[in-house]
Design a binder for this molecule. Structure first.
Ligand SMILES: [Zn+2]
Length: 366
């Protein structure tokens, strides 16, 4: 085993990475690979519940190659300052961060699949993890708030916390309100505007308009919802556990835990989809992926294989970057701003790399 931060040839790892970036000679890459081969057991020990050794090895090696290609001296200097690494450990620190993110991504996504599948509550017909006393209260949560409300003749989007702007859809008509509630926003897209936050509490600070009472309150949280009259606070009648077991003696209150190898059932998928939709209301699912993360390969697993496909298919580096941004939900405008390229050029580059096979592969992966 080599000395910490040093390859077997005696050169510091960080230096070896920079050397390889200059020569692009695989003989300069191998010492880096050998150095990190020594750490595979350590990382695999933390992940062996989630994947087999083969998958682990190939993913690890891929991560390493991405890190080696992405590593920049400027980043290294920044990391050194921030984390107090010596100059020797710069690349190691950078790669460590990538591995840690990878590990936590794997653990969270595995947890999601391992989660108990839902059971259906016979009272409210919702799919829930477990029908317990808390559930049987049938209290609404933030995600049960209506998406739209009417105030002074206009339609507004509901938020639970004050913000800088509020979205209004203009004058209320029944047809418009019905369409919006159904999610048919396209027909009325031209009415949509952002305006400065209009609601203030008596003390002058911002508050939110309660969609039920039309009172202005500091924020809407579950505790607040519980204080509302029953027709607003609950989405189904409350029931005690005793009443429940009397009325539904055969109901299943929770189900077995699936193991990782069992395919996700249809209901489970529905619940997951609901969850995604709810999250989507608050923040777009792609907002958290920023360009730096994309560059360093620090992205959710679902995008990793898409990125790999892009890297295998596309030669030009700018084209690669553009496609990665598009794959993670950036619009052409966003791409142009992020990469500082003219919009027209972005469009024509996308066109030039459009191959049906590539797109089919991408759609299958993401
Ligand atoms: Zn229920």
């Amino acid at each position: 085993m080599s000395k910490l931060h040093h390859c077997l040839n005696g050169r510091p790892v960080t230096e070896q990475v920079v050397l390889y970036q200059q020569t692009r000679d695989s003989r300069d890459y191998l010492p880096i690979q050998f150095y990190y081969d020594n750490y595979k057991d350590h990382w695999f020990a933390q992940l062996d519940d989630y994947m087999d050794r083969m998958t682990f090895e190939s993913d690890f090696d891929y991560k390493l190659s991405v890190a080696v290609n992405m590593f920049k001296f400027a980043t290294a200097a920044h990391l050194q300052k921030e984390k107090g690494y010596g100059p020797l450990g710069a690349f190691n620190g950078f790669f460590y961060k990538i591995l840690s993110n990878w590990k936590s991504n794997i653990k969270t996504s595995a947890f999601r699949v391992k989660r108990r599948p839902a059971v259906q509550c016979p009272v409210c017909s919702r799919m829930v993890g477990r029908i317990d006393m808390k559930h049987l209260q049938h209290f609404k949560t933030i995600s049960d708030l209506p998406k739209f409300m009417v105030w002074q003749g206009d339609i507004y989007e509901v938020t639970s916390m004050p913000r800088v702007y509020v979205v209004t859809w203009g004058e209320k008509t029944n047809a418009k309100l019905e369409a919006l509630k159904k999610g048919d926003v396209k027909a009325f897209a031209s009415c949509k505007r952002r305006i400065r936050w209009p609601w203030k509490l008596e003390n002058g600070t911002k508050g939110v308009l309660c969609p039920f009472t039309k009172n202005i309150v500091p924020q809407i949280e579950e505790e607040y919802i519980k204080t509302l009259p029953i027709e607003h606070s609950r989405y189904a009648p409350p029931m005690t556990h005793h009443e429940f077991t009397e009325k539904y003696p055969r109901a299943r209150i929770q189900s077995e835990v699936y193991d990782l190898h069992r395919p996700v059932g249809k209901d489970q998928k529905g619940v997951l989809q609901d969850h995604i939709d709810r999250d989507h209301r608050v923040t777009g699912p792609f907002e958290s992926i920023d360009y730096d993360d994309i560059k360093s390969g620090d992205v959710p697993m679902s995008f990793e294989s898409a990125f790999r496909i892009i890297e295998n298919f596309i030669k030009d580096e700018t084209d690669q970057e553009i496609l990665k941004l598009i794959a993670t939900g950036y619009t052409v405008d966003d791409v142009a701003t992020t990469l500082d390229i003219d919009k027209k050029e972005v469009r024509s580059r996308i066109k030039s790399v459009r191959s049906e096979e590539l797109w089919r592969l991408l759609v299958d992966t993401v």
